[in-house]
Design a protein around this ligand. Sequence first.
Ligand code: CP
Length: 323
Amino acid sequence: MISEETTMVAERDDDTTLRRRHMLGLADYDRDEIELVLSTAREFREVLHRPIKRVPTLRDVTVVNLFFESSTRTRISFELAEKRLSADTVNFSASGSSVSKGETLKDTARNIEAMKIDMVVIRHRSPGAAQFLTSCVEAVVINAGDGAHEHPTQGLLDMLTMSDLFESFEGLNVSIIGDIAHSRVARSNIFGLNALGANVTVCGPQTMLPRGIEQLGVRATNRLDEALEGCDVAMALRIQLERQGVGLFPSLREYHTRFGIGLQHLERYKDLIIMHPGPVNRGVELASEVVDHERAVILNQVTNGVAVRMAVLYLLAAGVRSE
Ligand code: CP
């Protein structure tokens, strides 16, 4: 139970920390660690329903949100999570900063750290940027999406959303549909869901399925119906329109015909739950009616994002005080 006077980070015992300094990805997270984040998030979610949605947990902790790539959900969600925990927050965007004058990630980060910050949340277009940052600064680093590598808090909020609907992950059938090759969301979900005992299928055009993807412990198919048959949760991924010129598939219309989920699929697969990390291209990966359907839990995912990020900040903040 998170009380009004929730324990400050310096006073916590080992059972309420991740015993990791940073959150870079879910590739090596085990079931217990993921369950700890999810159960902590459930407690923080209760705080979000109170009239005063704030606890003093991260008072005197300074967090910088370092966003080198566009974001709506993740950025606002982290900022809200930090404010709900009473942290001091600073937001940085690459545009309008000295990055546009040629400053490197390392120099930007070291200059910000010189102003005495404790935690950095980073989104960057380059895979490995969050890992690289850990070698440049003393602060705790949280990956908010690094290129096509990982987006761990998105994976965790997706798992929290699934856990609200299903009793167990053991044997749960989850199909991830779309551009698997370029998706950090797919990777974080594959790692996390595998650790929890779910069965993961990936589905998309051959050009969007990395060769050897089965080695990550998933089933792969190019046929949407094969991915949806017996499936509990279908997670559609954003088709990155900026990659259309590269020719990964002939046209958006053809993509929707072969891989888009429409009302006909919801009628055929009566219990199917629809998820999407956003932003959605209506009429491409999901028919517009599917986005707004009662079995689509896309906004639940967004709501859960704040609680998951509060949990991650709280669990990692132990590292801020233990230096
Ligand atoms: N799901 C997600 O990462 O969305 P944003 O790009 O808006 O943060």
